[in-house]
Design a protein around this ligand. Sequence first.
Ligand SMILES: [Zn+2]
Length: 710
Amino acid sequence: MSHESFPTDGPAVVTCGLPYANGDLHIGHLRGYTAADALNRSLQTIGQQTAYVCGSDMHGTPIAVGAAQQGISPEEFAMPFHEQYKETFPKFNVEFDNYGHTHDETNTEITREFVEDLEEAGYVYEDEILVAWDPEQDQPLPDRYVEGTCPYCGEQARGDECDEGCGRHLEPGEIEDPVSTLTGNPAEYREREHKYFAVSELADYLSGFLDRLEGTSNAQNQPREWIEEGLQDWCITRDMDWGIDYPDVSAADGAAEASGTESRPDDDLVLYVWVDAPIEYVSSTKQYSERVGADEYDWEEVWGRDGSNGGEIVHVIGRDIIQHHTIFWPAMLHATDHAEPRAVCATGFVTIDGKGLSTSRNRAVWADEYLDEGFHPDLLRYYLTTMGGFQQDLDFTWERFQERVNGELVGTVGNFIYRSMLFAARNFGGTPDAAVSDAVQERIDAAAEQFEEAVQDYDVRGAGDAAVELAQFCNEYIQQHEPWQLDDGSDEQAQVIRDCLQVAVAVAVLLEPTCPGKAETVWAQLDVDADVHAAESDAVHAEPGAFEEPDELFEKIEDDRVDELDAALEEKIAEAAAENADDDDDDGDADDDTMDASDIEPLADGRIDFDTFESLDIRVGRIESAEGIEGADKLSRLEVDIGAETRQIVAGLKQLHDMDEIEGKKVIVLANLEKAELFGTESNGMVLAAGDEADLLTTHEDSEPGTKVR
Ligand SMILES: [Zn+2]
């Protein structure tokens, strides 16, 4: 089944992954929210009815842990962040039609309905499982209360997800060598009764769903591999106080009252945060619908609660939560007779100066910091939405920011608008009395078409390109027709200027999704008598009016400004490193690069015999090629020449080494390690490396690939 192209008869909803209410917003967050905002605006431009909804994620263990550390309630801890997000998004022209939070009444109620429907449809069962337990505190350790080793890739993993390794969701009890984050003690496992959602029964449905799913290819390909590997059922309850209580299902259908037995809710169980988090998309849509009236926008129609196939549901997320949005969430929607998502667009990560963004190391550009610098929000929006496609990782540097602003926004877009408006104001008092030429009309129509095609593909960058390329055309048009050579006020000059002004009107329409504030300014300056935010594609033909000399639309960023910004960024990273080092002295847990005796792992107790050592086939190898594995944070795929053959080996080197630089390097390979599949890629051997930074072992003379190490 292929989907009807946009605009459809029914309404659409665009959502963005919920910000987790436990820290300040930075440029990494803003990428997703600005991209989703631009996508929503673009869909509206091509005539699609949409709502853009989101909300803060208030539940889960990181908030509970943060609150406990500060001695306040989780709600007191999370609510100020929620309020802060609500205030910050509009400052970046990210305009949600509704912004709620997962702890509000609407979401609590709808979440309970979802779970009751899941129970009723027979998808929930109880199971005794082993959960991590802190023996000293005598309490269960759900999710972030426990750390250990990922059973799939061997990386260090936190609670419910392998966030630094293979990215997999981890079920309770799966993590190996569990350690309590409360006390640092090794955790025990104890038996507890929990509720399970039988996701595995929906594997066939999910395969079909992925075939229909639009959006980015990473959101379709990764889940296919997970399904092939076999889906696990999903534990949907946690031993915690903070969250939405597991509903009293037996009372809900009246059976308990009728039979006279008193039913009690499982009041020590709350729902896993990933149950109620995506339901906020539904709840937030409902809140919007209730505010504007169901006649204008009907949430039940969008989510298929009216028994229909539903509207167009478009999710924009970070690629670290693909599994939740392409397996668990559609499974929940399907099992409860809701509509399924039409598209999932998963963005890559943001790096700063080529290195991973790190909040603890302050390698970040914070939302407030950017605004305090006095830059217009649209400049950052433009950078984040057009620097790379959705799926690509995106590197931020102040230098490249300057390049894009000065080159495309100042040089291409701002330049022709300013020049043609200046001519128009001086010589014609505004728009000259002339018709737009056919050639320019056609070029504008072509740009609108290019824009629309990009939007059909969820290609926000392509939509922005359509606007900038049209502006580029107009710069060349001015150069060719040289209005300054023509007689002031002549018909010929009037024609050229009239054409340019129409292009300015059109550029504003097509640039509105990425630069809404600036688009508004252009239309105001041109005296177009309409709202550019409500403008659809045909508004590229809207008439400009009378106006005076304009102000420049964009301001050039000077080199010394960039030097200052770079220096400030470097300084704060250095400060954070120094602070982290101080902390280490205090509590002895190392987070920097130096090592003291307490950091060295104790020597192994047992001894092995010589035959065991001889059974290890260790060889000298040479890395022939290296590339990061798409979708994985750390993993890279290597081709390693080990003399007799060239092996494909997966190694956790992506963030620690420059892939180009390690090509040609000699390494040491354990050749007879059993084969493994990591992130869908076969790994045939292991490249040996020392420590957390993966310091690669090598030889120091000229041993050739294939030489045995003994
Ligand atoms: Zn893993």
